[in-house]
Design a protein around this ligand. Structure first.
Ligand code: SF4
Length: 440
């Protein structure tokens, strides 16, 4: 709730009538503070107190949803400054920018095909940001329509010309694009467009102070789904602004409680990725960048994937016996842990060896080979137990199992516990294809 029991008590009627199910208003206030009661249980709370309590119960950073249909993304609704205190929840929206002077249809078609797989999960770039570089309303609208014909993903409409934005929204409002941006110069018209079309709105000031002032004005005018753009296009200042916005939002400082965005301005390919990673790691809910090459986007999205996992829960695959290719009773058997990253790297290399094989993923609670070994979860005994549990002995007509080279020391115990022969494989999974050529 964000308020203490005493602060809530001050807003209650203090008649101790007991109708809420507890004998006193103080007891009810304590229950509310601990989220064990709901405000509507008290029939006598005033509208004014209700408003204050509802505001205190709202998340410190408003949840703003972009897009419609299959492709929607939530931004904001975060509660932490430091990821290790709990976790970050709503992944940074990555928007690839395209100018309305370019071949937008071709770019949107290529953008729509960007789908990546990593550690068993599928992800893609979320949004296409169409920039009104021409300064022409007709061209902007045509570019937005061309993009809509090629992709269903989220759109970000970038123009500070309210007439151009109105034209584009005539075509795209149903997609609930982000309107980018309301400034001091176009404020009234942009806010009117956002409220009448029901679309989220970015507000951009000359600096963070003006941005927050505009956000408060926009919220008062009825545009609640806002995104803050501090106006900075200089990386270190942008990082400082993003951090200040998050800190103030969590302190519930007025005007800061919205997701924040950043625009990547570096020109070099790798520089763009580094700049984008800096913003992503410092609380940007949306970043817009020009880079659209898979080799640049994949590392960026991989970074995002890592940043938004729960730091207290390693990402794991289901433990058990996995088949890679059309296995036969003669197929080799490898073992590794059920830490996703390790498992999928091993699986990829086994696949690359072109020899159908089994992989025994031992349950280590999702931790890696060496950590699992150190924690007593990836040992001769646990591998022997997994061999039994999975019925591996009935699947193959040999008794050889390849263990990671980094834990060669467990060979003896594994052989004693299982009766299988331990073949010490390479230290790194990348050595598997060579190992296969030399041994199978
Ligand atoms: Fe107090 Fe309201 Fe509960 Fe009555 S119903 S005891 S006024 S909190």
């Amino acid at each position: 709730m964000g308020l203490t029991g005493l602060q809530i008590f001050k807003l209650l009627p203090k008649t101790n009538c007991g109708e809420c199910g507890v004998p006193t208003c103080m007891a009810f206030a304590m229950a509310l503070a601990n989220a064990k009661a709901s405000l509507d249980q008290c029939p006598y709370v005033s509208d004014e107190a209700k408003e204050q309590l509802d505001a205190a119960a709202a998340p410190p950073i408003r949840k703003v949803t972009l897009g419609a249909g299959e492709f929607t993304r939530a931004m904001g609704d975060e509660t932490e400054l430091f990821r290790h205190d709990k976790r970050f929840f709503n992944e940074t929206v990555v928007a690839v920018m395209v100018d309305d002077t370019e071949d937008v249809a071709a770019k949107a078609e290529a953008f729509d095909k960007k789908v990546y797989e990593r550690v068993g999960l599928t992800f893609y770039t979320d949004a296409l940001a169409i920039v009104n570089a021409s300064g022409d309303a007709g061209k902007f609208k045509a570019a937005v329509e061309a993009a809509m014909g090629k992709t269903d993903r989220i759109l970000v409409l970038c123009s500070e010309d309210a007439d151009a934005m109105a034209a584009a929204l005539d075509a795209a409002a149903d997609r609930k694009p982000l309107i980018c941006s309301a400034t001091a110069a176009n404020f009234d018209k942009m806010v009117e467009l956002a409220t009448s079309k029901g679309c989220p709105l970015a507000v951009k000031g000359a600096d963070i102070a003006e941005t927050v002032e505009l956000a408060q004005k926009a919220a008062a005018a009825g545009a609640k789904d806002l995104v803050l753009d501090s106006g900075s296009r200089q990386p270190s200042q942008t990082v400082a602004d993003l951090t200040q916005i998050r800190r103030n939002a969590l302190k519930r400082t007025k005007g800061f409680g919205f997701p924040a965005m950043a625009v990547v301005t570096s020109e070099g390919d790798m520089d763009q990725v580094v700049e984008a990673v800096s913003y992503m790691s410092n609380y940007a809910a949306l970043i817009a960048l020009r880079a659209d090459d898979d080799a640049l986007l994949l590392p960026l999205l991989s970074w995002r994937q890592n940043l938004y996992t729960d730091p207290q829960k390693p990402i794991a695959v289901e433990p058990g016996l996995k088949e890679v290719g059309d296995v036969t009773p003669d197929s080799p058997v490898y073992t590794t842990t059920n830490f996703s990253l390790t498992y999928y790297i091993v699986e990829g290399e086994v696949e690359a060896s072109k020899k159908p094989s089994y992989i025994l993923a031992v349950d280590t609670d999702g931790i890696s080979v060496l950590t699992g070994f150190a924690a007593g979860k990836f040992t001769g005994e646990t591998i022997a137990a997994a061999i039994k549990e999975t019925g591996l002995e009935d699947k193959v007509n040999h008794r050889n199992i390849v263990i990671p080279g980094g834990v060669a020391v467990i060979s003896g115990k594994l052989e004693d516990a299982s009766g299988w022969k331990a073949l010490v494989g390479p230290r790194e999974a990348s050595g598997i294809p060579k190992f296969v050529r030399e041994n199978f």
